[in-house]
Design a protein around this ligand. Structure first.
Ligand code: HMG
Ligand code: MG
Length: 298
């Protein structure tokens, strides 16, 4: 059967904005995150403490972290690649740290400038220190289905990275369909492959929607007992170091699905719509979510 409740993490302020060539001012980011705080999300990934030259759109992470209004009951997390990033994140204020690496050697190298084996000790120290500071830690694993450089990734390669991250102490694993190419049979094969090693409560699915398969993949994940997903308002986003990747699955579309299925999220569709229109106007673009366009004209 399907779960009665699903936990959605809004990653728009991080994954949604990281690929934007247009500068969104710190004031506008803060105002938007404050709006997102009132929608009912229990977790918001608010920025990224990576090298500012790699992700210029989020170079104001520290200021954003210091200025957002923190709502009780909401976990504010951020992407952290190394100890320097963790130091900045702790100064700015985080409840959760998200470390990240790839199942694909080539994507890992392009994205964080290290081999997979060189990455483990770096992340292990970050995870330990973040846990020591009382923070919840999520380990993102990118390219769990397909890699833009290496093609299809074997389940064993994903399993190996997940295993190391869990051994290093992450609380959750977020499995990334980085380039949004997976179809439900791939999701089924991966989740079956991981099922005997990791509890489903520890798994988050992170779909990009390049080929329009994300909702189908979420449906498959729900049937397989997954209750945690990442999404972005309006379907903003993409990874600049993953050519061809489109935005994340839209929070609006996931909510439409979950509400229709009678699955609770605690999130207000109306407020998500308002937050979508806000960022859409700031960017001066049309966001990919069908729901935004549909409701705007309704
Ligand atoms: P590096 O160049 O190997 O780092 O970058 P380094 O340790 O050799 O240091 C080089 C310089 O960078 C030094 O400065 C450091 O201080 C500085 P210098 O002494 O030369 O003046 N530096 C930093 N500055 C600020 N903040 C930091 C930091 N670290 C070092 N944290 C690094 C390695 C990981 C930092 C770099 O490659 C990087 O920032 N990569 C981030 C790439 C990225 O953000 N990608 C997108 C996010 S991942 C994603 O989108 C996928 C996901 O959504 C899931 C999915 O969809 O699959 C999560
Ligand atoms: Mg992503």
């Amino acid at each position: 059967g399907l779960p009665s409740h699903v936990y959605l993490k809004e990653v728009g302020p991080r994954d949604g904005l990281q690929n934007e060539s247009q500068w969104i001012s710190t004031d506008d980011k803060v105002a938007w995150i404050n709006m997102l705080s009132e929608t009912g999300f229990r977790e918001i990934e608010y920025s990224s403490f990576v090298h500012p030259k790699m992700i210029p759109a989020l170079k104001d992470a520290r200021e954003v972290g210091r200025r957002i209004r923190r709502k009780e009951g909401v976990t504010y997390s951020a992407l952290v690649p190394n100890m320097k990033g963790l130091e900045h994140a702790l100064e700015a204020g985080i409840d959760g740290a998200s470390v990240f690496m790839s199942a694909s050697e080539t994507h890992n190298l392009k994205n964080i400038n290290k081999s997979i084996d060189e990455t483990y000790p770096v992340l292990s120290e970050v995870i330990q220190e973040a846990k020591h500071a009382g923070k919840e830690v999520t380990g993102y694993v990118s390219t769990v289905f397909d890699c833009p450089y290496e093609g299809r990734i074997a389940v064993e390669d994903v399993l190996r990275v997940c295993d190391q991250l869990i051994a290093s102490g992450v609380d959750y694993l977020s499995l990334g369909d980085t380039i949004g190419t997976a179809v439900p049979s791939q999701v089924e094969a991966l989740l079956e492959g991981l099922a005997s090693y990791f509890s489903k409560d520890k798994l988050i699915l992170h779909f990009h929607d390049t080929r329009g398969m994300a909702i189908a993949n979420i449906m498959t994940s729900l049937h397989m007992g997954i209750t945690r997903f990442d999404s972005t308002v309006g379907g903003l986003g993409g990874c600049p170091y993953a050519p061809g990747a489109a935005g994340n699955v839209a929070t609006n579309d996931v909510l439409y699905l979950l509400n229709g299925l009678g699955i609770e999220t605690g999130i207000s569709e109306k407020r998500i719509q308002e937050a979508s229109i806000y960022i859409q106007n700031k960017l001066g673009t049309t966001l990919p979510s069908r729901s935004v366009a549909y409701l705007k004209n309704a």
